[in-house]
Design a protein around this ligand. Structure first.
Ligand code: NAI
Ligand code: UGA
Length: 470
């Protein structure tokens, strides 16, 4: 196979943008184009105000994009079709959200964007092309792609499909891409499939050690991505289920996680009890896996994975119920300060954030909710609450946005910590205590507050997974 000269990433989102930028940085001789249908998104990628907040990303983008220190090899464009024509490799990084209507609504992934990208490649490619599934897709998606490519592709043009799922986490995307635990490449086990896998492995080989590049059959690779997210989400639901037992018994879930995590077979990561996992992928991918099991006539397996999501939903509503009960059963007219709206720190992404459900429930109780988040905009909060079914009149009436944690807490009855932002935990709690109503409550949905210290200041503190130890 001739050397790779041009690579295209379809979908300039959280995955396509950073992945394209790092690949370009590490392969200066390869032209990397990240394409999207959204003109606004592409304009933002071509500016210094990138469309996503990701620590360390701007310098990486600028180095490959701005031709200041070396020739430019990173391009962001809406010319999807023209870019596909030039590309030797096309990565599909489009969104695969959960279906909201039709068969499998609320469970199955919506593959419309993915199929549309596949059809576009089939229609435009004029030379042999490697197509890489980077989006998270159901197992056996490559078989559907193969049929579409065969039916639409130009005569004489050969396609090879690879699965190369992405494992980056938001907030640490650059570090994850620079030093991935592993790169997984799935291919058909035919001579041309194995050759294509080798071509892709060589691109990664410019910065990832060979022993971290794993090659498997294509179906294993597709399923491994869903499995990895399901296993991570399952750990969080497991520790969150234990957090409820801790609250009822006086055990402390932090001590449980630490004690259990010291067993090297269990390990310590992803055992931080919380108000519930969020983000665009855990819920979607666990449901995707569960739905797949359902369609494969494996109802017990489907129910098992479904329970991971059910515990997460329960954890969110359990937390709000605890707030209401501690505040004497009524929130009407009380100001509640919410610290954090993104689904975790170091990202402005709010998709599936636990804060959405909690704020929605607080509004239903007629609380006056004031939100502080260092990165999330008011427009985005409004949009999320609107999508979640909050009446927009209620949002206008009950919700305000604060510019800092102090304005947020002023005259409030309670501070509710929903995201573990450093800005939110490192406040001057003595000052916060002075400006709050009495009794002053703190509800810690992230276990990032020193409960003992706050209690000594006079706060009533309730944390996830911490009951009365006496
Ligand atoms: N967000 C994350 O941290 C991770 C996401 N993933 C997976 O990667 C995929 C993409 O996720 P995100 O980047 O978060 O999505 P996103 O929603 O941020 O970006 C997707 C982009 O694709 C564009 N797009 C859709 N159809 C298109 C088409 N036909 N042509 C050109 N552009 C098109 C959209 O305009 C959008 O900008 C999903 O399957 C997701 O499950 C995997 C690992 C991490
Ligand atoms: O497929 C994806 O989209 C990605 O999903 C997750 O990444 P991400 O959702 O960005 O972030 P995580 O750090 O995994 O956190 C997800 C949610 O779980 C919560 N969480 C995480 C860890 C933990 O111990 N406890 C906990 O409640 C976080 O606060 C957050 O709401 C995976 O970690 C990535 O490997 C994967 O590529």
């Amino acid at each position: 196979m001739s050397p790779v000269k041009s690579v295209c990433f379809i979908g300039a989102g959280f995955v396509g943008g950073p992945s394209g930028a790092v690949l370009a940085l590490k392969n200066p001789d390869v032209e990397v184009s990240v394409v999207d249908l959204s003109e606004n998104r592409i304009a933002a990628w071509n500016s210094d105000a990138l469309p996503i907040y990701e620590p360390g990303l701007l310098p990486v983008v600028k180095e490959a994009r701005d031709a200041e220190t070396r020739p430019q090899n990173l391009f962001f464009t809406t010319d999807v079709r023209g870019t596909i024509k030039r590309a030797d490799i096309v990565f599909i990084c489009v969104n695969t959200p959960t279906k909201t209507a039709g068969i499998g609504a609320g469970k199955a992934p919506n593959m419309a964007y993915f199929e549309s990208a596949t059809r576009m490649i089939a229609a435009e490619a004029e030379k042999d092309t490697i197509i890489v599934e980077k989006s998270t897709v159901p197992c056996r998606t490559a078989a559907n792609m193969r049929e579409i490519l065969k039916a639409i592709g130009k005569p004489g043009v050969n396609f090879e499909i690879l699965s190369n799922p992405e494992f980056l986490a938001e907030g640490t995307a650059v570090a994850d891409l620079m030093r991935p635990d592993r790169i997984l490449i799935g291919s058909m086990q035919t001579p041309s499939g194995l050759e294509a896998a080798e071509v892709l492995a060589n691109l990664y080989g410019s910065w990832v050690p060979k022993e971290n590049i794993l090659k498997t059959n294509i179906w294993s690779s597709e399923l491994a991505k869903l499995a990895a997210n399901a296993l991570l989400a399952q750990r969080i639901s497991s520790i969150n289920a234990l957090s409820a037992i801790c609250e009822a018994t006086g055990a402390d879930v932090g001590e449980i996680a630490y004690a259990a995590g010291l067993d090297s077979r269990i390990g310590s990561r992803m055992l931080q009890a919380s108000v519930g996992f969020g983000g665009s992928c855990f819920r979607k991918d666990v449901l995707n896996l569960s739905y797949m099991a359902e369609t494969l006539h494996l109802p017990e397996v489907a129910a098992y994975w479904q329970s991971v999501v059910a515990i997460n939903e329960w954890q969110k509503s359990r937390f709000t119920k605890r707030i209401i009960s501690a505040l004497y059963g009524t929130l009407t007219g009380k100001k509640i300060a919410v610290y954090g709206f993104s689904y975790k720190k170091n990202t402005a992404d709010t998709r599936e954030s636990a804060a959405i459900s909690v704020v929605k429930d607080l509004i239903a109780e007629q609380a006056k909710v004031c939100i502080y988040d260092p990165q999330v905009t008011k427009a985005q909060i409004w949009e999320e609450l609107d999508i979640s079914g909050c009446h927009i009149d209620d949002v206008e009436k009950f919700v305000t946005i604060a510019k800092n944690p102090y304005d947020c807490a002023s005259d409030s009855h309670a501070v509710v910590v929903l995201t573990e932002w450093d800005d939110c935990r490192q406040v001057d709690w003595e000052q916060i205590f002075d400006i709050m109503e009495r009794p002053a409550f703190v509800f810690d949905g992230r276990r990032v507050i020193d409960a003992g210290k706050l209690q000594r200041l006079g706060f009533h503190v309730e944390s996830i997974g911490r009951g009365n130890p006496f």
